[in-house]
Design a protein around this ligand. Structure first.
Ligand SMILES: [Zn+2]
Ligand SMILES: [Zn+2]
Length: 457
């Protein structure tokens, strides 16, 4: 079988799996309807017994099935294998509070977007649109969920414990960024992986030492900084000026997480530092600036804000933790260092792009215009990413959003619903059979050099 044939087999198998998932969801949903009709409500327990899944997961599947009742086109896309369970779940969860008469208008757009975004990014995009349609509902949902915040230790085995928790997004992102910051404060010779350093850093935060001690064992030869460098802000939020001034309720972008509602961001703004990103019609780069291989300070600030996160399809690494890259390798005579040729890439995907620029892989990356970056995989799959941050900062550039279809902001009731199933497949994966697979994610990529790199050098 050729590589293309294999990838085609992956795609067909994925569609078949989605078809089977849909059949399971619809079957448990029907079981629930029958049991409810009979006045007994143990359908989840019954389903969990039948296939030995937890009752919570069974309840989640029933819940998705019920949600799909109001979304016939999305249900059809699920049944035909066009979208899988993870995506169906994201769509059901995020539009469930919108009024029925508006759903039919937006279903085709939702399906189309679901087909080309991985679940985590799909959730961000749909949340952004729903938050714009229904800012009050977004705020209500957040306030309701904040009551569920919790940190706990569960499942203890092999001398290890799972430290688990649900935090308000801003607090969680603050903890995540602090752990990452501490993980990068050891010297190059530290033998630990990034996941191990994050874990040690969390304990170091609690035991009073406040910083991660380097484990290189080189004593005086260690080059880890003795004193703390001046602190960068731990979290970054992109917010349209109208939202900040209270003249609009478009959502803001919490880097690394996704949309947060206007009321929350206005509260945070009381103790924030600001950088103003002007909306630019033309690129104001001077000829001297474009002839330099390294971006000017304002270019770096603008591109990080406009991109919002790593530009690789599906990657959510915040731009503050990523590198700047010349899409067409720097060459002062041709493209130079201009806004339309700069993009944010995390360390991992920067490495992929650099390898492609050097001709070491058959990945192809093409800068279509200032907004679009097209990725082509070795087997020919194409995916174009856009400047996500720009769509938050200047909401009218978010032309795909479907608020134009709506006569007025939707005002909806907020029924409580349990959030039981994981965002991806409803499985919990613990110890990997092949441990190296667990590290194949951007946040586990060991740090490269966190400076602007110029692939042409
Ligand atoms: Zn060291
Ligand atoms: Zn990335």
């Amino acid at each position: 079988m050729t590589d293309e044939g294999l990838l085609d087999a992956v795609r067909r198998a994925h569609g078949a799996a989605a078809f089977a998932q849909a059949a399971e969801v619809l079957a448990v949903r029907e079981l629930y309807r029958r049991r409810a009709e009979q006045g007994v409500e143990f359908a989840a327990a019954e389903a969990s017994m039948a296939v030995q899944i937890s009752e919570a997961v069974a309840a989640g599947l029933i819940d998705i099935g019920i949600g799909l009742d109001r979304l016939p086109r999305i249900r059809e896309a699920f049944v035909s294998g066009r979208i899988d369970l993870a995506r169906a779940q994201v769509l059901v969860e995020n539009v469930r509070d919108l009024p029925e008469e508006l759903l039919a208008d937006i279903e085709p757009t939702l399906i189309e977007v679901a087909e080309r975004l991985p679940p985590a990014r799909l959730r961000q995009t749909v949340r952004r649109w729903v938050a714009r349609l229904d800012p009050a509902g977004e705020r209500r949902r957040r306030e309701r969920r904040e009551g569920d915040r919790d940190v706990r230790i569960k499942a203890v085995q092999d001398g290890m414990a799972v430290f688990d928790g649900l935090l308000p997004a801003v607090g969680a992102q603050t903890v995540a960024m602090r752990l990452r910051e501490m993980s990068l404060q050891v010297c190059q010779a530290d033998p630990r992986t990034m996941p191990q350093r994050r874990a040690d850093a969390l304990v170091a935060l609690a035991d009073g030492s406040q910083r991660l001690r380097c484990a290189c064992g080189r004593g005086k030869g260690c080059t880890a900084p003795e004193s703390e460098p001046s602190r960068r802000p731990l979290i970054q939020i992109g917010v349209p000026a109208e939202t900040l001034l209270g003249e609009g309720d478009a959502p803001a972008h919490l880097s690394g997480y996704g949309p947060i509602d206007a009321a929350l961001v206005r509260r945070i703004a009381e103790y924030a530092r600001f950088q103003v990103i002007p909306e630019r019609i033309e690129d104001p780069t001077s000829p001297e600036e474009s002839a330099r291989p390294d971006p000017a300070q304002w270019q770096e600030r603008d591109v990080r804000a406009l991109d919002g996160m790593c530009r690789f399809p599906g990657c959510t690494m915040p731009s503050s933790e990523s590198l700047l890259d010349h899409s067409v390798p720097f060459d002062a005579a041709r493209r130079g260092t201009v806004l339309a040729n700069l993009a944010v890439l995390c360390t991992r995907h920067h490495r992929l792009k650099a390898a492609a620029d050097r001709g070491e892989t058959s990945w192809r990356i093409h800068r279509v215009d200032a907004d679009r970056l097209r990725w082509k995989s070795p087997t020919g799959d194409e995916h174009t990413t856009l400047r996500e941050g720009e769509r938050y900062l200047f909401p009218r550039t978010d032309i795909e959003a479907f608020d134009a279809l709506w006569p007025c902001p939707a005002s909806v009731s907020a029924p409580p619903h349990p959030s039981t199933v994981d965002l991806t497949y409803p499985i919990e994966h613990g110890a990997f059979v092949r441990p190296e697979l667990a590290s194949m994610t951007p946040e586990n990529e060991p740090p490269g050099c966190l400076v602007i790199e110029n692939p042409s050098r």
